[in-house]
Design a protein around this ligand. Structure first.
Ligand SMILES: [Zn+2]
Length: 414
């Protein structure tokens, strides 16, 4: 029986050094540093030198694809080539193979601080339901460490020719996935694919998370989804990427952002993969490939930033690190550190339908300690020196050791 955890001398972002008591998995007390004395049987963790943050969450991952870049050859230069390349290879994957790689990616993301991950998993020709089986196994296996939400990603699903995909999507729902996914914008019938996803969601009582308008060309999937949510789709809906919105005139972005807010649709931007795969071949005024971040923020829409691919054929340099995502969205989206971090923490949790975490008494104790003196410093260095706290447990601790040749001089590093 655990008797609580006392965190001593933690720097809170924008606040004073504090002691934080965790009891029953929740924040019990926050006091000035040095004020709280350990109670009998209470574990104590000295966080001097660490910044203590509400833990981030990863709202957009593809754990089933992780770490396949080297196995399947050179990563593709653009999204459509990557999709073709991936579909040619996914038939070769066994359940065990997916579990192993997905576990490694999930634990890596947990070590970087995310205590919840929403992952899409391919469903369709070649892979069938093996990815779903793998991810559901992993969701249960890691339940104590990390909340995993599984999104069944199938496309195309509309029309006579794709009855098999529709059937598999329903089977995935029956197996217990958390959400229905899709990628209507890459199919011949985007509206048809959207309707199938919503119908399957309604039939099984599941929300949807759709890859939406992940292209520079004009695309209206986000508006259609908002329309359907405003009409009669009453379950949670997320639109991931929404790249084409970022290419529209400012007044159109403002109008659509207001609709997104009104419809309660969550938007997830994925800066690393979008910067890598979008706008290829445009050498002048190269677009950033991100959604309309500022209009969405201004409208008060639910917005999050995700890491997306982890060293797969879509993106060989992802590592599932929310601080890296915050750094990228801060630079590419021109945000301040607080807003950038909010997109990978509160914003991500809101999109994922999870309760907010913070330092108010009663808040779930999902915390990340980073060896840094401020939020900007943490985002600047993206140090791996981190401690992840969940409930009353330290679930991962990463130590960074650095040695500089002392014969040259005694140096202190920032
Ligand atoms: Zn994705």
């Amino acid at each position: 029986m655990s008797s609580g955890l006392l965190l001593k001398h933690a720097q809170l972002s924008g606040g004073p050094a504090s002691d934080v008591r965790i009891q029953g998995g929740h924040i019990a007390t926050v006091a000035s540093a040095g004020e709280l004395a350990p109670a009998a049987g209470e574990q104590v963790l000295d966080l001097s030198g660490y910044l203590l943050l509400p833990a981030p969450a990863e709202p957009h991952a593809h754990l089933d694809k992780a770490f396949t870049a080297e196995r399947f050859g050179r990563a593709a230069p653009d999204l459509m080539t990557a999709i073709k390349q991936w579909h040619a290879h996914r038939a070769t994957l066994s359940v065990e193979d997916v579990v192993e790689r997905a576990r490694a990616a999930a634990l890596q993301t947990l070590a970087r601080g995310a205590t919840a991950i929403r992952t899409h998993v391919d469903v369709g020709e070649g892979i069938r339901l093996r990815g779903v089986e793998a991810l559901l196994t992993l969701r249960d296996e890691l339940r104590e460490l990390i909340d995993i939400q599984v999104v069944a990603l199938a496309y195309p699903v509309a029309g006579e020719a794709w009855a098999d995909h529709r059937q598999m999507l329903c089977e995935a729902a029956e197996m217990g996935v958390d959400l229905v996914g899709g990628a209507p914008h890459v199919t011949d019938d985007p509206s048809g694919d959207l309707e199938v996803a919503l119908a399957v969601g309604e039939r099984y009582g599941l929300g949807v998370d759709l890859h939406t308008d992940e292209r520079m060309e004009e695309s209206h999937g986000l508006e259609e989804l908002c329309q359907r949510c405003a009409e009669d789709f009453a379950l949670p809906a997320t639109a991931s990427h929404c790249v084409s919105l970022g290419t529209m005139p400012a007044e159109t972005q403002t109008k659509i952002a207001a609709r997104v807010r009104h419809a309660g649709v969550g938007v997830v931007t994925c800066p690393l993969t979008n910067l890598l795969l979008q706008g290829l071949g445009i050498s002048t005024l190269t677009p950033r490939g991100l959604t309309a971040i500022h209009p969405l923020l201004k409208a008060g829409a639910m917005l999050a930033a995700g890491g997306d691919n982890v060293q797969d054929v879509f993106n060989p340099i992802g590592c599932g690190d929310p601080l890296q995502t915050a750094q990228l969205v801060m630079a590419a989206g021109q945000l301040d550190a607080e807003t950038a971090y909010r997109l990978v923490s509160d914003g991500a949790r809101a999109v994922m339908g999870l309760p907010a975490v913070g330092f108010e008494p009663g808040s779930p104790a999902e915390l990340l300690a980073v060896r840094a003196h401020s939020l900007s410093h943490a985002i600047a260095t993206v140090t791996e020196d981190r401690i992840v706290i969940r409930g009353e447990r330290v679930v991962v601790r990463t130590r960074v050791e650095r040695e500089i040749d002392s014969a040259v001089g005694a140096f202190e590093l920032a």
